[in-house]
Write a protein that binds this ligand. Structure first.
Ligand code: ZN
Length: 379
């Protein structure tokens, strides 16, 4: 048997293979995010290829799961696997004595395993290349590794909507979400998309962290920065991705901002708002509530019962994108979180939360966006 991860988004460390009475064991370690910063210690994302195990039951022991960034992410979690990297399914996984143990009866010569359904750089470029004409593409600048940071602009209305995804590159559900959203937004047969394009100019950055995505990182860019802690003082050396987007936002202004993420531990879809910020207005609260109510109607995957506790405000809060934007522009500004595990209110034992479900949620989010823009127009 052979384990490899030297491909787009790949990440694992092979330790050893042992043969037990009950089948083959592979001992693996989840590796640190790949960056130039020796102090950067995020680890949680894994994505690897297993070859030569067809017909065998293989136990894969990810030995250092307890030492990962979010050990709360492991109880109740099942890894995803695929034979063709198109259809991903969940495989029985348990968290025991600090290790994540995946038992799988492997049916093919080659199988892939990952923390969540990957979203490849190739797919990212195909997404951009396939956008139909109402959208415009623009590179905002180069990443630390020199990749393009691409913004999609669509619509011609006066309201300014900004949506970004994958500041945390291992949260691939964010780019699945944006793909589903863009498809509906640019579908000439869809009245919601068309109305939005009339009402607003939408600026969308599908992947804020291309380097981390290709390097197979959970959180960091190539310089070791957690981009969602860089918004008060981004720098050209450490966080050029945030610097470029922030500069453009200051130029355009913002009426609505969504920052798309995945949460390791909570098995729900939820948003985190800006209500703890000084200067948060009743108007912002009303828009936030209206958005949530409309999203609940548009997608039963969304709920408002479970989520993060509303933290007390401290200065560090403004390092987060949605807090900084909400505070700077006084606008509706939300972080949207999807689960790595599943939506416990509407579980799918075979797929769990998936790329497809993220894309459907992305399509659904156009409904509350349109509703909120109508409220802005009425004000
Ligand atoms: Zn995140």
């Amino acid at each position: 048997m052979r384990i490899s991860s030297h491909f787009d988004g790949g990440a694992i460390e092979f330790v050893r293979q042992t043969a037990g009475a009950d089948g083959a064991w592979l001992e693996l370690d989840i590796r640190r995010d790949s960056t130039t910063d020796a102090a950067c210690d995020f680890r949680q994302w894994f994505y690897y290829r297993l070859e030569g195990a067809a017909g065998r039951t293989v136990r894969m022991v990810l030995r250092n799961a307890a030492a990962c960034t979010y050990p709360d992410g492991w109880p109740g979690y099942n890894a995803v696997a695929s034979y063709d990297r198109r259809r991903w399914f969940r495989v029985a996984t348990r968290y025991e004595n600090g290790a994540l143990i995946i038992d799988h009866r492997v049916e093919r010569d080659v199988a892939w395993y990952a923390y969540f359904e990957p979203y490849s750089w190739e797919r990212h470029m195909n997404l951009l290349g396939g956008l139909c004409r109402p959208a415009r593409l623009e590179d905002l600048g180069a990443t630390v590794d020199g990749r393009d940071l691409t913004m999609v602009t669509a619509g011609s209305g006066v309201r300014r909507v900004w949506i970004i995804g994958r500041q945390h590159p291992g949260e691939t559900m964010a780019e699945w979400f944006i793909e589903g959203m863009l498809q509906r937004l640019l579908d000439a047969a869809d009245p919601v998309g068309r109305s939005l394009l009339e009402a607003a100019t939408l600026r969308i950055v599908p992947n804020m962290n291309p380097d981390g995505s290709v390097r197979g990182n959970l959180r960091a860019n190539a310089a070791g920065a957690n981009l969602n802690r860089e918004w008060t003082a981004p720098s050209a050396q450490r966080s050029p991705e945030v610097l470029a987007v922030r500069e453009r936002m200051q130029h355009t202004g913002v009426d609505v901002f969504l920052d798309i993420h995945g949460d390791e531990a909570l098995p729900y879809v939820f948003v985190a708002g800006s209500e703890m910020l000084p200067g948060f207005t009743p108007r912002q609260q009303a828009l936030q509530s209206a958005f949530c109510e409309k999203l609940k109607e548009a997608s039963p995957d969304f709920q408002t019962v479970r989520g993060y506790p509303t933290g007390k405000y401290d200065a560090d809060a403004l390092k987060l994108a949605s807090k900084w934007v909400g505070h700077t522009f006084g606008c509706l500004s939300l972080t949207l979180e999807m689960p790595f595990k599943d939506n416990a209110n509407l579980p799918d034992p075979e797929a769990g939360w998936s790329g497809a479900r993220s894309a459907r949620l992305g399509a659904a989010v156009l409904v509350p966006l349109l509703a909120v823009l109508k409220e802005l127009a009425a004000a």
